[in-house]
Design a protein around this ligand. Structure first.
Ligand code: VG1
Ligand code: CO
Length: 542
């Protein structure tokens, strides 16, 4: 029943920031999925008879890939495979299942916020037994294995019915199709005060959640409308579609502009929120005010004690290096440590496991806590709701009071998407070479105090990660960071992160791009962005 099939390597199966991500057509090539999945299992320690969690965000090719993953996993000796019904699991829900069921690991099929459909993107990511993305040493071992693989093992069996709940004996093990929402909703009820949030909705609080035709629809409907009593229609685009209705399931001001416009309207909802393709990102917009993800992280950390799951306080905050330093202000006042890690959730796992941090976040709309080992979009929205239910103030008031107390970090990310890859690498190399000479130089009246190429030393496992972004720090504390994206699927994407701290309340109400205008100009001049990318302006500003 188990077949060994000869194969030859693909040279391009290097996992990026968040797993292997490519165009659907590349994954559809014969043996492509098989090779990568077998390579994962080849480098793992003994897992005979263990449990594996498998699920994806429901995008095009999800069902086909799941059948392959399950059959290869059983052929390699896993004893039990937990699969979400219809092949669907949000990324944070998968993380929860791995932890709760003591699984050996999980295979998550997602390209997150990237577009789906036959011409869109697909992805495969391996998560380890703590529920989090595999650390770098594991992803590097997988990549090394993909280059020498010569056969894969698969069971010869008919496809599993992914829509029928319950166990099926298959080959040497069993496949259990489970409700994807139930255990996640249970976890949320332990962390948050559902009675208080229910009372908030009863008092007339108006809320809209846009699932963007992606994975969170069923979770959001169950939690917000069924369990918390928000009116029917609170959840928009709540049915997961393989092509996300043709949109980018990316909850930002470009791809969720309609939500922004709704929140800015005079009698708009009190809170608008959204999540991405696989449910790990969040967008928060109060009436009249968009909350930047970096500010959201700081606010959630400062107010977390209002939710039952965090009533005892938080032990530390971790943020990715390019994320604004708003959270640092909170950590300083709370007298708890602040950890600065490279981009990507995999770097938070050790800190969470070691009990060094409780709340983590990234500027790219990811926030989460020690409840799972992934960022968690609905968790962030629920924590916001819990805080709003406890404080009974508007989002705008809460944010403005936060700035007045801690200071405001004006912050923006400028993305130059799908630029020529050689040009983008030359830009970064050029900056790296110029770093020592930039110190002390003055641009538009701002003097550079420090420069470096960010390197991270993991305080838990002692590993080092180098070249994680070029940092330019100015004397007044303003900062520009440059790095190349590790999730794109065509060309290169240059990300430029720009930040300025403003402690003076009287100057905290400027428009963000205006408040950063001089730094934005410097960011282009310093790196000669026009010269290397052929672009005069970014394609996306968030
Ligand atoms: C981007 C974000 C990063 C995030 C990653 C995965 O990576 O910047 O913060 O962790 O996507 O998010 P990059 O390398 O393109 O900048 V998701 O929602 O795909 O799991
Ligand atoms: Co995502």
């Amino acid at each position: 029943m188990i077949k060994s099939i000869a194969t030859t390597p693909f040279p391009d199966q290097r996992p990026g920031t968040s797993g292997l991500r490519k165009k659907v057509a590349e994954f559809q090539r014969p043996r492509y999925v098989e090779n990568f999945v077998q390579s994962i299992f080849d480098i793992l320690d003994v897992f005979h008879g263990e449990t594996l969690v498998v699920g994806g965000d429901g995008r095009y090719f999800n069902r086909e890939a799941i059948q392959t993953v399950v059959k290869i996993a059983l052929a390699n000796g896993f004893g039990r495979i937990l699969v979400g019904r219809g092949g669907i699991l949000s990324t944070p829900a998968a993380s929860n299942l791995i932890r709760k069921h003591g699984a050996f690991g999980g295979v998550i099929l997602s390209a997150s916020h990237n577009p789906g459909g036959p011409h869109g993107d697909f992805g495969i990511k391996y998560n380890v037994s703590n529920g989090g993305p595999a650390p770098e040493k594991v992803t590097e071992a997988i990549f090394a294995r993909t280059k020498s693989i010569s056969e894969y093992r698969i069971i010869d069996a008919p496809d599993i019915d992914l829509d029928r709940l319950g166990p099926t004996l298959l080959g040497p093990g069993e496949v259990v199709v489970i409700d994807p929402v139930e255990e996640y909703a249970e976890l949320m009820q332990k962390l948050f005060d559902f009675d208080k949030i229910r009372a908030l909705f009863q008092s007339g609080f108006r809320f809209r959640f846009d699932a963007m035709s992606a994975v969170t629809g069923p979770y959001a409907t169950r939690i917000f409308e069924d369990l918390l009593g928000a009116p029917a229609g609170t959840v928009l685009n709540g049915t997961p579609l393989p092509d996300f209705a043709g949109h980018h399931p990316d909850p930002n001001l470009v791809h969720a502009k309609h939500l922004f416009d709704l929140a800015m309207s005079v009698d708009g909802p009190d809170l608008c929120a959204a999540s991405d393709g696989d449910g790990d990102r969040n967008l928060i917009i109060g009436r009249g005010l968009f909350v930047t993800p970096s500010d959201s992280l700081a606010l959630l950390a400062a107010n977390a004690y209002l939710a039952p799951g965090y009533a005892k306080g938080i032990v530390g905050i971790a943020r990715s290096m390019p994320t604004s330093r708003a959270a640092d202000q909170v950590a300083a006042r709370l007298k708890i440590p602040l950890f600065e890690t490279p981009t990507g959730w995999k770097f938070f796992g050790n800190l969470l496991d070691a009990g060094k941090a409780t709340i983590c976040g990234e500027e790219s709309a990811g926030t989460g806590s020690n409840h799972v080992r992934e960022k968690d979009g609905l968790w962030a929205v629920l924590l916001w709701l819990n805080i709003l239910a406890a404080r009974r103030e508007s989002v705008k008031d809460i944010v403005e009071k936060h700035w007045a107390y801690y200071g405001r970090n004006y912050y923006s990310r400028h993305d130059y998407e799908e630029v020529d890859s050689d040009g983008a690498h030359a830009l970064i190399e050029g900056l790296r070479a110029a770093l020592p000479d930039l110190k002390g130089k003055t641009f538009a009246g701002l003097t550079i105090a420090e420069t470096d190429d960010f390197a991270y030393h993991d305080p838990v496992d002692g590993s080092d990660s180098k070249h994680q972004g070029i940092r330019i720090l100015f004397e007044d504390g303003a900062r520009i960071v440059y790095r190349l994206s590790g999730t794109g699927t065509s060309g290169a994407t240059l990300r430029v992160y720009i930040e300025r701290f403003e402690p003076d309340e009287a100057r905290q109400n400027l428009e963000t791009q205006a408040a950063l205008a001089d730094l934005i100009g410097i960011s282009r001049e310093l790196a000669r962005i026009g010269h290397f990318t052929g672009r005069e302006a970014p394609s996306v500003i968030t």
